[in-house]
Design a binder for this molecule. Structure first.
Ligand code: SAH
Length: 246
């Protein structure tokens, strides 16, 4: 009999942010395929009897190409196994979860999706930056700074609307060009920006600056991936509302 694939969001790092459903399924898994962004303490919850497969991500040396990950999920499930596909954050937000499920549908393999705390929600909460606030932002937009073809062409004119918070995933590499484009399309150079490095983990760092200077701040402080950018006036609340690690 065919098993089942559970596509599970592991959250941004802090194991306490795992949902109860994710935890229950993880501890009952026969096979777990996980990537780079899943926190170490969460990996440690995988039962010893389960087969653990690190499938990495595109930039890693030991990574499997996406097509092979997709195929492997189906193969393992067809062996009758309970397969957990564990991803950082939420599987449907910049997580390629959709691509993996499309393959399962084609192969006739049953699946379930378990949402996770996405980096935007986790990092904002642990940095003390409400992504919306009646005084500062009525909408929030999640973007990727890294497109499939390696460019960062985004709908800049829509991104400079007032009272909107921007959250940029994978934005470190393209940061200089992103900041320049936003300013060119009318964002004021003094717009507050936060960079959250390794959000929700004990190594979390939050650096704040302006859209004009954030690139230099990131260089000076040697910020490394994973890091999330939060752009907007809500960032000014961080001074007052930060709580984590204090
Ligand atoms: N599915 C994930 C996102 C995967 S894309 C989610 O929902 O969160 C990977 C990007 O997410 C990273 O480049 C970084 O921008 C962001 N990210 C993920 N975890 C993070 C963390 N703990 N701290 C800061 N940024 C994080």
């Amino acid at each position: 009999m065919t098993g089942k694939v559970y596509l599970i969001g592991a959250g941004p790092g802090d194991p306490d942010l795992l949902t109860m459903k994710a935890h229950r399924l993880l501890t009952a898994a026969d096979v777990v395929l996980y990537d780079r962004l899943v926190g170490e303490q969460i990996i440690a919850m995988i039962p010893e009897t389960a087969e653990k497969l690190y499938v990495g991500k595109a930039k890693s040396l030991h990574s499997l190409p996406q097509e092979e990950i997709n195929a492997l999920l189906a193969v393992k499930a067809k062996e009758g196994k309970v397969v957990v596909r564990l991803k950082g954050g939420d599987p449907f937000i910049f997580g390629r979860g959709g691509e993996e499920l499309e393959e399962l549908v084609m192969e006739g393999v049953p699946f379930e999706v378990v949402p996770g705390v996405t980096a935007a929600a986790g990092c904002a909460a642990y940095a003390g930056i409400p992504l919306t606030h009646r005084d500062y932002a009525q909408s929030v937009r999640f973007l990727t700074g890294h497109l499939k073809d390696g460019t960062t062409e985004l709908p800049w004119d829509e991104l400079v609307h007032p009272a909107q918070t921007l959250v940029v995933y994978m934005g470190l590499t393209g940061l200089e060009s992103i900041s320049q484009s936003l300013i060119r399309f009318g964002m004021r150079p003094s717009m507050p920006v936060a960079v959250v490095e390794k959000g929700t983990s004990k190594d979390q760092r939050v650096l704040t600056s302006t859209i004009k200077d954030i690139h230099q701040v990131v260089l000076d402080n040697e910020v490394k991936s994973p890091a999330l950018l939060i752009i907007g006036d809500v960032v000014t609340l961080q001074d007052k509302l930060s709580w984590f690690g204090q």
